[in-house]
Ligand binder design. Structure first.
Ligand SMILES: [Zn+2]
Length: 306
């Protein structure tokens, strides 16, 4: 079965979910993450990147149950909480980073939105009205959370209205790893890959921008980390990325987020999001497998790309 080989992915592990992540997705604590790993290790063999490359080269067919872990966004909790646990269990993993955010020189617009949400309840009525006006809605909270990459400027405007200094918040929160910490992960034997420069939705970009976001993030990795492999995880999702992109950009392995799916592009691997609620790793993976089986019956597992 194709789901003998699984690719679970996370963003961070923390006993204290940061305020800028709380409204976005549920975070696993260290104890739960250890349980996840113990479950995975009891059923599956951990893969190194070379095993993943062999799996891809073999037409995505694996014999024994195996898993490959990855983590997106380069958050500081990777270094603080994930690294020690993975080293303790001897489990390899890949970390996908956004160079614009390394060392906290900038941050993900979704984290900015979540930070603003946390300050809305104390907002005076006049400012609430101004927010409603810029988002053209009577529910600015929902609008802030739904702001797209192209609407980043509206978040900056909202922050000004709310008298929130986003740069000050960034320097206090410091959500990301430093370049030195990322180099240390590489020296530990973990794998480092690109995740675009500043985390746009690829389907909303032109082919030229998709290519530039991808290549520039890989250039950073080549310059600072000197990897002898090229791996890339799509920010948000690879949904809507056309074959022209895969003709233009070459990579050893691309990682998507569609769970268990068969992709016409031979070196795209789909991963299972593990931050989906308070469920065990077993139940998340079983649910994905069941979903795959049901769609298998209706021949719905294949992704079509124009
Ligand atoms: Zn991401």
């Amino acid at each position: 079965m194709p789901h003998n080989t699984i690719f679970p992915f996370y963003h961070l592990v923390s006993d204290d979910t940061p305020v800028y992540i709380r409204p976005l997705y549920p975070v696993r604590n260290i104890k739960t993450f250890r349980k996840d790993l113990e479950f995975l290790l009891s059923k599956y063999k951990p893969m190194h990147l070379a095993d993943v490359q062999a799996f891809v080269n073999n037409g995505k067919r694996g014999n024994k149950p195996a898993f490959f872990l990855s983590f997106d966004d380069g958050l500081k909790e990777i270094y603080e909480n994930v690294r020690p646990v993975l080293l303790e269990y001897g489990v390899p993993a890949a970390f996908f980073i956004n160079p614009d955010f390394v060392g906290n020189s900038n941050w993900f617009y979704r984290f900015q939105a979540a930070s603003l949400i946390s300050k809305l309840d104390k907002l005076p009525g006049t400012q609430w009205k101004m927010l409603s006006n810029i988002f053209n809605t009577n529910n600015p909270e929902a609008a802030i959370l739904k702001a797209t990459y192209a609407q980043k400027h509206l978040l900056t405007e909202a922050a000004a209205i709310m008298e929130v200094d986003l740069d000050d918040l960034l320097s206090r929160f410091k959500p990301y790893m430093t370049a030195e910490q990322i180099v240390q992960l590489h020296n530990d034997g973990f794998y480092i890959g690109g995740h675009s420069m500043d985390h746009p939705v690829y389907a909303d970009l032109s082919l030229a921008d998709q290519t530039a976001q991808t290549q520039h993030s890989m250039d950073y990795i080549h310059t600072h980390i000197h990897t002898d492999y090229d791996i890339f995880a799509f920010p948000f999702t690879e949904y809507g990325v056309n074959t022209a992109f895969f003709d233009a950009v070459k990579m050893d392995v691309f990682f998507g987020t569609a769970g268990m799916k068969n992709d016409p592009v031979t070196n795209v691997i789909h991963r299972i999001p593990m931050e989906t609620g308070n469920y065990s790793a077993r139940s998340i993976i079983d649910k994905q497998a069941l979903y795959y089986m049901v769609k298998y019956i209706f021949n719905k597992n294949r992704i079509y790309r124009s």
